[in-house]
Ligand binder design. Sequence first.
Ligand SMILES: Nc1ncnc2c1ncn2[C@@H]1O[C@H](COP(=O)(O)OP(=O)(O)OP(=O)(O)O)[C@@H](O)[C@H]1O
Ligand SMILES: Nc1ncnc2c1ncn2[C@@H]1O[C@H](COP(=O)(O)OP(=O)(O)OP(=O)(O)O)[C@@H](O)[C@H]1O
Lengths: 215, 215
Amino acid sequence: ATSVVVIGLGRFGGALATELVRSGTEVLGVDTNEDTVQSLNGVLTHVVRADSTRQAALDQLGVADFDRIVVGIGSDIQASILTASLLKRMGVRSIWAKAISEQHGLILEQLGVDHVIYPEADMGRRVAHLVRGSMLDYVEFDRDLVVAKTIAPREIIGKTLEEAAVRRKHGITIVKIKGADGVWHAAGAASVVNEGDTLIVIGPVERTERFAALR
Amino acid sequence: ATSVVVIGLGRFGGALATELVRSGTEVLGVDTNEDTVQSLNGVLTHVVRADSTRQAALDQLGVADFDRIVVGIGSDIQASILTASLLKRMGVRSIWAKAISEQHGLILEQLGVDHVIYPEADMGRRVAHLVRGSMLDYVEFDRDLVVAKTIAPREIIGKTLEEAAVRRKHGITIVKIKGADGVWHAAGAASVVNEGDTLIVIGPVERTERFAALR
Ligand SMILES: Nc1ncnc2c1ncn2[C@@H]1O[C@H](COP(=O)(O)OP(=O)(O)OP(=O)(O)O)[C@@H](O)[C@H]1O
Ligand SMILES: Nc1ncnc2c1ncn2[C@@H]1O[C@H](COP(=O)(O)OP(=O)(O)OP(=O)(O)O)[C@@H](O)[C@H]1O
């Protein structure tokens, strides 16, 4: 998308809007809070103080002309739902909205919001795996497919990946290796893992966690 | 870790605690809010109503005996900081804490908190890439290393990965392929990608986004 409206510039919406601009996408930011609008003035392409629950405000901003709109209003569920409802009725094609509870999310889906995001819950689940294990990072990409970042376990050090037979023995695939030079290298059959190397691995949840737990 | 204390069972802490239990880790949950404690009664190993800013409460709960503690208190920065300070003075070894702003996070780091998490900001940055592009998922694993989930672009369909020369032409690596059978297959030189297949790819930020944007 070349231009996006982000309504609600809180911790989630604000970070999203800023990252969009950083990546080269134009952003129209909208928030009711004057300080918030001021703090993003000059950071986002445009920032406007407005109440997204008012049809007149949305019309004035020409919001219907944007292909993608993000609603980052969380705690104020009523405002989130009212805004989503107005946007759908205005024919906005692609809406992303934050939800703070399952009920909130279900209502947004019922209204036709295409993508409902649960930032805190998703991060809570992700960090849970870091807290219980010894992984540097962990993300679920599908129901039983996760990618993890972990320090190389002793048993594969000094061998080629083919000799270590990682996939056969551990049921996971090492995808990238970062050595002392700090550069990520593709992991191939002839790649040798050294002590202290960082690995990116992919596999099923349990296998990946078990491999990452090896010392 | 076999047992973890989670203080602050909000959207982040609650999801984290629940995921820990689901993964087989014992959890002692602590929150000041009675309804929150009740809702997690029977879900977590133990849930107690207590104020984590009071030394006496932490002593009573035997919090110092746990190896890992998560502080999921966000909006109440004062309570978050007081709690972290008490935990550090009690000699707790591994502390994970949510921060809602950079300032908040810096103070927690100054106090010696090992892992500071910014759930909303991290998710905001991640979702920004989904909103601007056409990826199904996207996660940064290092400064210029990202993993993305995307639908196979037309130009590699019907060829083996070796023929498609994806790494040479696009500077990214296809790691996994999910076909119509809904099963994730390892991506090898002889793997053939079919129309509609979902791919897990890894590579530098720009290359990966550009590859994922191919129709
Ligand atoms: N009707 C509205 N129109 C425009 N902006 C709004 C409206 N209601 C709330 N906002 C803004 O949305 C932002 C986020 O909303 P809120 O603080 O309610 O949710 P939150 O879930 O706590 O957010 P986060 O955790 O992402 O900071 C705030 O900056 C707030 O000013
Ligand atoms: N001193 C305290 N002791 C124990 N629990 C606390 C304390 N202060 C706050 N909490 C609890 O921590 C939880 C999360 O805190 P809060 O709502 O302030 O942060 P938040 O960032 O809005 O959280 P989230 O977005 O994760 O729901 C709440 O359930 C709250 O009752």
